[in-house]
Write a protein that binds this ligand. Structure first.
Ligand code: AMP
Length: 111
């Protein structure tokens, strides 16, 4: 796997382009999806360079995985969807329709 450091989420992480930030910690950054597919549509990405879920699972250090999961659960609290419910999904690979080659999870709620 070769990570493309010019992908749009890498640019957001570098601060080259803006995002509508919800939360960040040492390992993750969460922001609103630019084309929401539900009333609440957030994206959570790891701060380090992983192409997709497989890459993250095989190569991230345990503290990165835990920190990333903590970022997700903080977002569900902040958006108050931890009690109402939400869908968490990730497209892995072009065959699944992954458009941005930096690992991300979608958090969808409200519909
Ligand atoms: P995927 O198809 O799983 O790779 O999803 C990529 C998601 O990134 C899509 O839902 C896009 O709407 C979203 N997206 C693309 N560019 C941006 C951006 N600059 N800021 C926020 N979300 C974006």
């Amino acid at each position: 796997m070769t990570y493309d450091s010019n992908n749009i989420f890498a640019k957001i992480l570098r601060g080259d382009i803006p995002c509508q930030k919800i939360h960040e910690n040492d390992y993750g950054l969460a922001f609103y999806d630019i084309h929401p597919k539900a009333p609440i549509h957030a994206l959570v990405i790891p701060k380090n360079a992983y192409e997709n879920f497989e890459d993250f699972c095989h190569n991230a250090k345990p503290e990165e995985v835990l920190g990333f999961l903590a970022c997700i659960t903080k977002v569900t609290e902040l958006l108050k969807i931890n009690t109402s419910g939400y869908r968490l999904m990730s497209n892995c690979g072009e065959g699944a329709g992954q458009e941005v080659p930096h690992f991300h999870v979608h958090l969808l709620s409200g519909k």
